[in-house]
Design a binder for this molecule. Sequence first.
Ligand SMILES: Nc1ncnc2c1ncn2[C@@H]1O[C@H](COP(=O)(O)OP(=O)(O)O)[C@@H](O)[C@H]1O
Ligand SMILES: [Mg+2]
Length: 218
Amino acid sequence: MLTKVMQSAIQHYRKNPSSQTIPIYSFDKDLPVRQIGWGGWTTAFEYDDGTGMPTVLLSVRKTGTNPDKTKDLLVKLNEQGYRPHIPIIEKLDQFTKKGSETRALYKMPLYDVYAYNDVTDLLVEAKEDVYLTSDEKIGGAVYAGKIYRKKYLEYLKTFIDPNNQGLEQLPSVIEDLQALSNLADKDEDTSYVWDFEYHNLAMDNENKVILLDVLING
Ligand SMILES: Nc1ncnc2c1ncn2[C@@H]1O[C@H](COP(=O)(O)OP(=O)(O)O)[C@@H](O)[C@H]1O
Ligand SMILES: [Mg+2]
């Protein structure tokens, strides 16, 4: 069931699809909303629906140059079953006002985007070491994306070490990345590459690594 704050947000976005902020005062004063982040596609708002469990509402651009396709991959993975490192995400709505852009609204738990550990360090730092050869780039962007994702995962696997406590979560993180990559492979019209940056990685309240927004579509 949608909470009051989300119904209000959806109404707001239906009226103002290109709006980048939710007017806080249109909500019940007990349901504070504040913008906590943004990226090239998404504006993220945190709110507390009164349960004491902060939740995040994402407004995601679905039109214009290079509209987002990655959040729907995460939703699909959620529908297939629980994966420890895939963010819990639900799609609430998608709409276009005539002549305006299409936005979609998603709901997620609040994760800690400032937390990091040896696994997140590895994911981010591996960027320095994984490259495509000029031959691998010849087949076009979709193919190059596929190869890049595969090479990255193969490189990460070389760090799996049962004696390394700091990298304890690495095998299950790689499994979830592989599942995400497999879904991306099924979309043969779109190029997807890894986007491992600290602001796209997070942790949940059990210190599990969360792959918040690790794919970019081109
Ligand atoms: N569930 C969440 N918990 C905490 N912060 C979030 C959450 N979702 C998004 N954010 C913040 O919003 C930013 C933008 O979200 P993101 O999904 O990365 O957007 P984009 O697709 O535009 O890159 C993130 O970098 C993060 O700082
Ligand atoms: Mg991002």
